[in-house]
Design a protein around this ligand. Structure first.
Ligand code: GUN
Ligand code: ZN
Length: 430
């Protein structure tokens, strides 16, 4: 079996950083190396030590760049690649004006396939190697999504959106057809190559109680699958939801009543939460997802990361393309940093880079496969160049520590800072 040895400045987290001084939370090798074989990392360490384990492996020298685990993006919408940067509206109008019309087109398999190739090119270009995405209501979109991921050997999570009301023609299933199609897709794709399925009721407004219960039945039948939906993103959305579900104690209760809330559940946005909802998220181990660029773009509100963390809630972080405005997890950290600053919560670069790698992997329970560079993990990684632009180069001349460099990357970096992205040991960037 052929081996490959990547040389560079290796950085991988082993625990959640507790603060700026917590250098025990990561492994860092200034002259480091990764030995890769059959798509997996066989060894991580200093260059000399790793070389001694490699018998004639091809050496790829990435110095002076950083080698990190590939980024993980846990909330985005595959059918919204042509919705990004649509002007002037907040959530419900934005959905009706721009998003739903664009998603109708994914009934066409040829269009879905073309967009899937473009979608994965964007992820790879921005250093993202695993993502959890919503497909459209159409099975063709799910086939395109997982088919293209399989061709690239990527570890991807996703699912068919369930929506049986308050949506235009061409974008509606029923409780029964949505259940049947999801079941077929789970049987076909979950655990197939590196795919995982997420049961995906879009949100309370576009599902009848019958559909949410059908989704709950799927959760009971397939407890190994993830569940993704939206929660408390926008005030008008919350008011409409409570009108549609008068018997619910609050928004989260709509999902609880349907048996959807488990530690496998990811709830996009989760901004305007009631005390009872926070108690329930904490108790059930479900994961809010912070979507900074989207929350700013749609004027949705400020995510209370520290408040949730203080309750033992593990939040994920994500781009939320196409309400999100960048595929870059670095730019996601940039805007996330500012949202937290507005609330007196300073996100340290160690915590930030942990979050988009091992932290997100932990919320999935997949930290043994992705999110770190430990031996045995998939060789999904990103090579970062903190001098990628002239402005970054100028700033880097005054940088003396790893933490400072990481902060430059998260504030100023984007796809230009991604020198290479590896999936299962194979470089993907042209
Ligand atoms: N709520 C329901 N659907 C969506 C969506 O596509 N994007 C966002 N940001 N929120 C939603
Ligand atoms: Zn979303």
């Amino acid at each position: 079996m052929t081996q490959k040895l990547l040389r560079g400045r290796v950085l991988s987290f082993v625990a959640e950083p507790q603060g700026p001084e917590d250098t025990d939370s990561f492994v860092y090798h200034e002259d480091g190396a990764l030995l890769i074989e059959a798509g997996k990392i066989v060894a991580m360490g200093g260059y000399e030590a790793v070389t001694s384990k490699a018998g004639g492996a091809e050496v790829v020298d990435h110095r002076p760049h950083l080698l990190l685990p590939g980024f993980i993006d846990l909330h985005l919408h595959f059918p919204q690649v042509q919705v990004i940067a649509s002007w002037g509206t907040q959530l419900l109008d934005w959905l009706n004006t721009y998003t739903f019309p664009a998603e109708v087109g994914f009934a066409d398999a040829a269009h879905a396939n073309t967009m899937a190739r473009a979608f994965y090119d964007q992820l790879i270009g921005h250093g993202t190697t695993t993502a959890m995405a919503y497909c459209s209501v159409h099975e063709a979109s799910v086939e395109a999504y997982f088919g293209e991921a399989a061709r690239r050997d990527m570890c991807m999570i996703g699912g068919k959106v369930l929506m049986d009301r308050n949506s235009p023609d061409g974008l509606l299933d029923t409780a029964q057809t949505g259940y049947d199609a999801s079941k077929r897709l789970i049987e076909k794709w979950h655990g197939q190559s590196r795919a995982r399925y997420a049961i995906t009721p879009r949100f309370a407004i576009t599902s009848t109680p019958a559909q949410l219960h059908a989704a709950g039945a799927l959760v009971a039948e397939y407890p190994e699958c993830f569940i993704q939906t939206h929660l408390s993103e926008n005030k008008a959305e919350i008011a409409y939801t409570l009108d549609l579900y008068p018997q619910a104690r609050d928004y989260l209760d709509v999902y609880q009543m349907a048996g959807l809330v488990t530690e496998k559940m990811f709830l996009g946005h989760a901004i305007h939460l009631e005390a009872r909802e926070i108690d329930a998220l904490s108790e059930m181990g479900a994961h809010p997802v912070f979507c900074p660029t989207s929350n700013l773009f749609l004027g949705s509100g400020l995510f209370d990361h520290s408040g949730l963390k203080a309750r033992g809630i593990q939040s994920a972080i994500a781009t939320d393309i196409g309400a999100g405005t960048s595929y870059s997890m670095l730019q996601t950290l940039n805007e996330g940093y500012k949202i937290l600053q507005l609330q007196g919560q300073a996100l340290h670069p160690y915590q930030a880079f942990h979050w988009i790698t091992r932290g997100n992997a932990m919320t999935l329970g997949m930290q043994n496969e992705i999110g770190t560079l430990e031996a045995g993990s998939a060789a999904d990684l990103v090579v970062l160049d903190a001098r990628a632009t002239s402005a970054m180069d100028l700033r880097m001349d005054a940088v003396t520590t790893l933490a400072q460099e990481l902060f430059v990357l998260m504030m100023m970096g984007d796809d230009r800072a991604v020198a290479q992205t590896y999936v299962a040991g194979t470089p993907q960037k042209a």
